[in-house]
Write a protein that binds this ligand. Structure first.
Ligand SMILES: O=C(O)CCC(=O)C(=O)O
Length: 257
């Protein structure tokens, strides 16, 4: 699915856009599954607006914005279990992470038309720090995305700077790191943007009349231990490729409720 020069590009830049990972039928199945999760949430007490709070936008603008964000989507619909371990995903992941690849968590990020929330620039590292920094996201595009509907943007090479100080652990100071400092990564439905958890990334408001639906899978080498006992999810640790050589040494500690 990718060539040696793509792996080199990822190592240098901390991200890689891979085209056509999912077929139109697979995208349609995931769109139906996303819509199902949104519908079921709306009928439950679990519906919420996951838009990030903070001072990166004026308060009157921020309060109009909406993000339908839900974690662990592969526990909501089997379409996402298939996507997480899809052979095309596995083919890329083994080149970027190594022979052993484990799912850390999944989530969906739906930015509704005209009011879809922004993500200020940040690294994912503070949310789930690991020793060897093998953690990386594969953000699956379910809609064509561009700057108008809030596509992902990255700062190429920023993963080489290590962990930077975040405002309250959540995002980088927007005065020092405005979104305009990042490179837009427009993509088509079915494309996947892979980026390391140290790569600075974010996205703008969805100002268009179109949806912007992404499903993001976070993967790591199972031998890369977390440095803090945070972001532990139900069912964390599904093996996507290869084997787990350290299964007996550490497993996520979670409680069933
Ligand atoms: O999907 C996006 O626009 C950004 C998502 C993101 O930055 C995150 O979940 O960490």
């Amino acid at each position: 699915m990718i060539k040696a020069e793509d792996v080199e590009f990822y190592k240098e830049n901390g991200y890689l856009l891979v085209r056509g990972v999912f077929s139109p039928d697979e995208v349609a199945e995931m769109r139906r599954a996303v819509d199902g999760i949104v519908d079921r949430a709306a009928r439950s007490k679990y519906d919420h607006n996951a838009a990030w709070q903070g001072d990166y936008l004026p308060p009157e603008e921020l309060k109009k914005l909406v993000l339908k964000g839900f974690h662990d989507v592969h526990y909501h619909d089997a379409a996402f279990t298939r996507a997480a371990v899809h052979p095309n995903m596995a083919a890329v992941l083994t080149k970027l992470i190594g022979p052993n690849v484990q799912l850390h968590h999944s989530k969906m990020l739906v930015k509704p038309p005209e009011k879809g929330a922004a993500f200020p620039l940040h690294q994912d590292t503070p949310y789930f720090p690991h020793d060897n920094h093998t953690m990386m996201a594969g953000s699956v595009h379910l809609d064509d995305s561009d700057m108008e509907n809030g596509c992902l943007c990255v700062i190429p090479g920023s993963h080489k700077q290590g962990l930077l100080p975040h405002v309250g652990k959540y995002y980088l100071d927007h005065r020092q790191y405005p979104l305009s400092a990042a490179t837009p990564c427009p993509a088509r439905a079915g494309d996947v943007l892979f980026f390391n958890y140290l790569t600075i990334h974010g996205s703008d408001v969805n100002k268009s009349t179109r949806n912007r639906r992404n499903v993001l899978f976070q993967y790591r080498d199972p031998s890369d231990p977390p440095t803090e006992d945070v972001h532990v999810n139900w069912g964390q640790g599904l093996m996507v490729c290869g084997e787990n050589p350290v299964y007996r040494e550490f497993k996520p500690e979670y409680q069933l409720r």
